[in-house]
Design a protein around this ligand. Structure first.
Ligand code: BGC
Length: 924
């Protein structure tokens, strides 16, 4: 009997994916065994065509420990096909292989030529296209009159098809310009929402694949789609402009049917599709929707309905090369919250508090209401200190209101919006005569349906809350793409995710989600190599940037554009994903080459007329230190004493010139590592040389002989130490100066967006771990625990988003960027950090002096569950550690190192020299 088995089989990170668009999928598994110290010594893998059993790949044992991302190497896979795969492994336990473990995957429509369908456009209700510039936004300009009067209804699309024989397998491939819900014979095609998700639609529009076999029947069947404006035609982004990709919505689908008799049929969107106006008077992602229950056309999506009065659709002849199989996990309802409080009354409205800032919408069960009763649901993330209604979002989406018009149904009615979502904790409901019960009003959380990957729990409730707040901001902003915030902009800001990506990997399996976003980011890269500050980037954004000024004209920016290098690197470190490095390599090169060209042709404005000596001219020709950037965005001290909209320009002014070349150096350093991983040593060497030349130029221009920088803010020092741009002999003085700046600031951070992720590491690594601890436990703003102490349930955009007296500012309460500290909690407080990619080897080095009595954490690595629990008293600590099979841990404590193989381990550690420290209470 084999003493190990293969479990958790995955193809491209997913269990049994449908509609996969990858021509060479990757397979992963875990070893499961109760025996300690086991490693895999070999594997055998087979891939077969499911219907015929034909072997496409396999039949030989490979002597290797590799168990993740094994790349398919067999005969080309066909479109719309089912494949079975199985694996067995040999281990250090002996010669006996494991039993076979099996999985399945299906391919989507892999080539544009697989599509017989055409885009179909329902009769369009004209919409007023509203375009706003950043300038309008900054000036607080609002559209004239009511936006709501200019929104338009949803559309219904309906196609009839007749099945000749019993069906063995049916797959629906569908997507839209807009967002859609598909039904088959009156039943939802599945449980995903907001399909097809947000993409750089012109270059790639994701196609969903649904298994609709069970919904079909012999004879007449109906495929029905409800179509709304979504990201394509609705309002989105910083300016809230509409129709940024187009003002006409459309859909395309193809049904692939295998009959039990072996025949195959295809039904595709074409001129047989009929359309009508839907029951939503409008449905906009930002503004909300207005749904008239009386306007439902009964039976429209089921067979037997007479659609002869419906309109024909326009069939478009568009090229279909932008259609791409959806990669990763779709958006679903991922949680359902009940209120913690309902206050107010019929006249002022009932205010429902869900106790948690979330992204999603409300499901409301209503009693019988007179037909025509209007029930409205307004959303906000925070109330005023007295508990009165207050809206924290400015801009055109400040409304965030859904409206339901009752039909007067005898048993009461249920409403949950379909084509919108909001960022909120509180909902004000008007139109009801009695307060809804906890059962009748629910907060439905929407997000990309990612598997949980880790947890951390400590003996301190505030730290636990901080972690939970980061998790909730991740959940709220991992909705189809990684966004800055789920209410005001909902944009895929590259800087924000660059900063937060490491934290994200601890909390959820984010590899496929971020890989898909990187596809979009690459699609949006400009021909000159610039990587945009957010993606998807609309055609409107492109024209807008040409006429913008200052911050509004920024297309690429230091610390934002570098996401093209940093995010793939994080995915490599945490998931051993080499393909994501390969896929993005060219884009990374184009970005650093753009920086090099810009450096060679521009000098900072203050040097334009200066006569520079030869050396300085050479330095300047290497340094990417010009152009508009966000700099160390939102650095706290730069925001003081000025109106916010003016103040946000200060950090860019003060820090851009020094920060941009530091990110240039960082990207080249990572590219050196990446080229080595990809087996390109000479390119790696060339990157190292480029980096070291630019580093030398940077030191010449920006580092003074006492280790100080020309810009004396915390952020630049943090980056300079983190990115190794300080000469070795000056590092200690630079670190001492940074430590001084922090102490003089009352042990409070003054780092902005792009430096804060490195702050605690830099202090710790430079020997200031006690100061790092003080900054972590700090409860005066700016600090992480100030937010916790002032009621935060998610990470705020600004450290002082809520003042000490409870007054909230009009900023986002759900911005994950400052949640980057969550990664520190896993790496230094729990103490687990990858040494080899994917945690195949990891270090365990908890900070026992952080001021905690105990910590428990787990990370669900690709190799299996890493579990750590430590507890301490005055003199000893106990460490319990589970190392997954096929992985190894290196415990590193106080200069001593011990390597541990898989299994459960307990260690007792003497702590004479490590004081219990300096926790919150004892800090001054
Ligand atoms: C967003 C940020 C983003 C920034 C660019 C803001 O409006 O909300 O999170 O990175 O603009 O500086």
């Amino acid at each position: 009997m084999a003493e190990h088995s293969c479990t958790r089989l995955r193809v491209e990170y997913l269990e049994s994916p449908l509609g996969l668009g990858v021509s060479a999928p990757r397979f992963s598994w875990r070893m499961d065994t109760t025996e300690p110290g086991v490693v895999q010594t070999g594997y055998e893998i087979e891939v077969r065509e499911a219907s015929s059993g034909l072997l496409l790949w396999g039949k030989e044992r490979r002597d290797t420990g590799a168990s993740v991302h094994i790349v398919y190497g067999g005969a080309p896979l066909s479109s719309n096909s089912v494949y079975d795969w199985r694996v067995r492994t040999w281990s250090s336990l002996g010669d006996e292989p494991s039993e076979w473990s099996g999985g399945r995957f299906e391919t989507g429509l892999l080539q544009a030529s697989d599509w017989q369908a055409r885009w179909v456009e329902p009769v369009q209700v004209p919409t007023t296209v509203e375009r706003w510039s950043l300038f309008d936004w900054v000036m607080g300009r609002q559209p004239d009159g009511s936006i709501i009067d200019r929104l338009r209804p949803t559309q219904l699309l309906r196609q009839r098809f007749v099945l000749e024989a019993p069906v063995l397998r049916a797959r629906l491939y569908a997507t839209a310009r807009g967002i859609y819900e598909a039904q088959v014979n009156g039943m939802p095609a599945d449980d995903q929402v907001l399909a097809p998700g947000f993409d750089s639609y012109e270059q790639r529009t994701s196609v969903q694949c649904y298994d609709i076999t069970a919904a079909l029947r012999a004879g007449e069947n109906i495929l029905a789609l409800t179509l709304a404006d979504g990201w394509w035609a609705g309002r989105i982004g910083l300016t809230g402009s509409s129709a940024q990709w187009g003002d006409s919505t459309a859909a395309i689908w193809q049904l692939e049917i295998d009959y039990t008799n072996g025949d195959h049929a295809v039904f595709a969107s074409d001129d047989t599709v009929r359309s009508a106006v839907g029951p939503h008077e409008y449905a906009d992602l930002f503004i909300g929707e207005r749904f008239d229950r009386r306007a439902i056309i009964e039976g429209w999506s089921a067979p037997g309905f007479d659609d002869s009065e419906w309109s024909a659709v326009t069939v478009l002849g568009d090229d279909l090369s932008m259609l791409a199989s959806f990669y990763g996990e779709p958006v679903r309802r991922v949680a359902d919250l009940q209120p913690i409080d309902v206050s107010g009354n019929q006249d002022s409205g009932f205010i429902v508090d869900f106790g948690q800032v979330i992204t999603g919408r409300v499901r409301l069960v209503m009693p019988q209401l007179p037909a025509g009763t209007m029930v409205s649901l307004e959303h906000t993330e925070v109330l005023d200190p007295q508990g009165a209604w207050f809206v924290n979002i400015e801009g055109i989406n400040k409304e965030q209101t859904d409206v339901y018009i009752a039909a007067g149904l005898p048993g009461g009615e249920v409403y949950e919006p379909s084509f919108t979502f909001h960022g909120f904790r509180y909902v004000r409901i008007t139109g009801l005569t009695a307060a809804p019960t906890n059962e009748n009003v629910r907060g439905i959380v929407l997000g990309s349906d990612l598997e949980t990957a880790g947890s951390i729990h400590t003996s301190d409730a505030r730290l636990n809350k901080l972690h939970q707040n980061a998790v909730w901001s991740q959940r709220g902003n991992f909705l189809s793409i990684p966004t800055d915030c789920p209410q005001r902009e909902r944009a895929g800001w590259s800087g924000d995710i660059q900063v937060f990506a490491p934290s994200a990997t601890n909390n959820a399996h984010v590899a496929s989600f971020l890989t898909r976003w990187l596809h979009n980011l690459r699609a949006d890269q400009l021909p000159d190599g610039r990587v945009p500050i957010y993606s998807p980037r609309s055609p409107f954004d492109r024209t807008q940037a040409q006429t913008g000024e200052g911050l509004g004209a920024i297309v690429a920016a230091a610390g934002w554009s570098d996401a093209i290098v940093i995010v793939p690197w994080v995915l490599y470190e945490r998931y051993a994903d080499q393909r994501v490095l390969e896929e993005n390599y060219e884009a990374m090169l184009a970005w650093v080459d753009y920086q090099a060209r810009t450096a060679a042709s521009e000098v900072p404005a203050e040097l334009e007329d200066a006569s520079l000596n030869e050396q300085r001219r050479k330095n300047q020709a290497l340094l990417y230190n010009t152009g508009d950037h966000f700099g160390d965005w939102l650095a706290p001290s730069t925001l003081l004493d000025r109106p916010f909209h003016e103040a946000i320009g200060i950090a860019p002014q003060l820090t851009s010139e020094i920060i941009a070349p530091m990110f240039q150096i960082r990207s080249l350093q990572l590219l050196g590592h990446i080229a080595r991983v990809l087996g390109r040593p000479s390119e790696a060497d060339a990157f190292d040389v480029r980096r070291s030349n630019i580093r030398a130029a940077f030191i010449d221009e920006y580092v003074k002989s006492d280790g100080r920088l020309t810009c004396d803010l915390q952020g630049p020092y943090v980056l300079a130490l983190a990115f190794d741009v300080i000469p070795n002999e000056l590092r200690a003085s630079t670190a001492a100066h940074l430590a001084r700046l922090i102490s003089e600031n009352g042990n409070r951070l003054d780092t902005g967006f792009v430096s804060v992720p490195y702050l605690l590491d830099v202090l710790h690594d430079a020997g200031y771990s006690e100061l790092a601890t003080r900054v972590l436990w700090q409860s005066e703003s700016p600090s992480w625990l100030y937010e916790v102490d002032h009621g935060a349930t998610t990470m705020w955009e600004s450290w002082d988003a809520v003042a000490a007296d409870g007054t909230a500012r009009t900023v986002s309460m759900n911005h994950y960027a400052f949640g980057c500290v969550d990664d520190w909690l896993f790496r230094r407080v729990a103490g687990v950090e990858p040494v080899l990619p994917g945690y195949r080897e990891f270090s365990v080095a908890p900070d026992f002096s952080v001021g905690l009595q105990d910590v428990q954490a787990h990370i669900d690595s690709l190799y299996g569950l890493i579990e750590i629990a430590w507890s301490r008293n005055e003199s000893t600590a106990t460490l319990e550690l589970t190392v997954p099979p096929n992985a190894r841990a290196h415990i590193r404590i106080e200069g001593a190192e011990e390597t541990l193989a898989s299994g459960f381990h307990v260690r007792n550690i003497g702590l004479q020299d490590i004081p219990l420290a300096t926790r919150c209470g004892s800090l001054t």
